[in-house]
Design a protein around this ligand. Structure first.
Ligand SMILES: Cc1cc2nc3c(=O)[nH]c(=O)nc-3n(C[C@H](O)[C@H](O)[C@H](O)COP(=O)(O)O)c2cc1C
Length: 229
């Protein structure tokens, strides 16, 4: 069965961008919001200092993955970039293929792109509605839908992704600042909600990874699991 999927332009789709780091021959994966346009191309805004920004230069190929597995997003977002060998974290068995670009086993769709220069006029007025000026443009070479996702527009998945973004930010705030306590509270509330909805089984491992990440980054156990509020 083949599936025809059209991405709506000017919508931010949460994806996992993967590529092979050339000189190390290792896998990289990062959660990235991706904007499609009407011209078979995509725009990404990658933070300064990210490996994605560093390596996705014109001519490089990468894959946009849409996965059904929340753990894939967690692993991609929380991987330890300080480690020399990224392949240690992005275990090869997470991927259905590594050639020409890594594609997660749980990806229901992947889009293969080649990085191209951003036209000058798009720098001032990008062809997408990102708030930040985009810095990576990909030309779509091919795309594949392996299966349609079994769960559409699921509240837990959306909240899980929100919790993941919050988990990446909490260590950046001053401990016990307003932002710190507010975000820790939102993180706990999201967890509680998903538990109340009895949908935690799909998210349990991901939340365990996020909890552990926060503890490793200095969040106190009593604040993470209750005491603070
Ligand atoms: C759901 C989600 C969406 C994200 N979107 C972006 C994004 O659009 N651009 C970006 O630079 N980082 C984004 N991030 C943060 C990156 O995933 C994070 O900085 C990551 O460590 C970058 O990995 P890299 O160094 O391998 O590129 C997002 C994180 C999450 C959890």
């Amino acid at each position: 069965m083949s599936f025809n999927l059209n991405f709506k332009p000017f919508i931010n789709y949460e994806s996992i961008v993967t590529f092979i780091i050339p000189e190390k021959d290792t896998i990289n994966a990062a959660c990235m919001g991706v904007h499609f346009t009407t011209n078979q191309e995509v725009y990404i805004y990658a933070f300064e200092g990210s490996l994605t920004k560093q390596y996705l230069k014109p001519g490089m190929i990468f894959s946009i993955n849409f996965s059904e597995n929340f753990d894939d997003y967690v692993i991609a977002a929380l991987h330890d970039k300080s480690l020399e060998d990224h392949a240690l974290i992005f275990e090869k068995n997470l991927f259905k293929t590594l050639e020409p670009v890594p594609i997660f086993k749980s990806s229901w769709c992947s889009v293969l792109c080649e990085v191209a220069e951003i036209p000058k006029n798009a720098l001032q007025r990008p062809l997408c509605r990102r708030r930040e000026t985009t810095n990576i443009r990909g030309i779509i070479k091919s795309s594949e839908v392996y299966n349609l996702p079994q769960i559409f527009n699921n509240r837990s998945m959306n909240l899980g992704l929100e919790a993941l973004i919050i988990a990446t930010r909490i260590p950046l705030y001053d401990q016990y600042s307003q932002m710190y306590t507010e975000n820790l509270k939102i993180y706990q509330n999201i967890k509680k909600k998903i538990e109340e909805w009895r949908d935690m089984d799909r998210f349990e491992k991901g939340f365990e990874m996020m909890d552990q990440y926060l503890l490793n980054k200095g969040v106190k156990a009593q604040d993470l699991f209750g005491g603070l509020f």
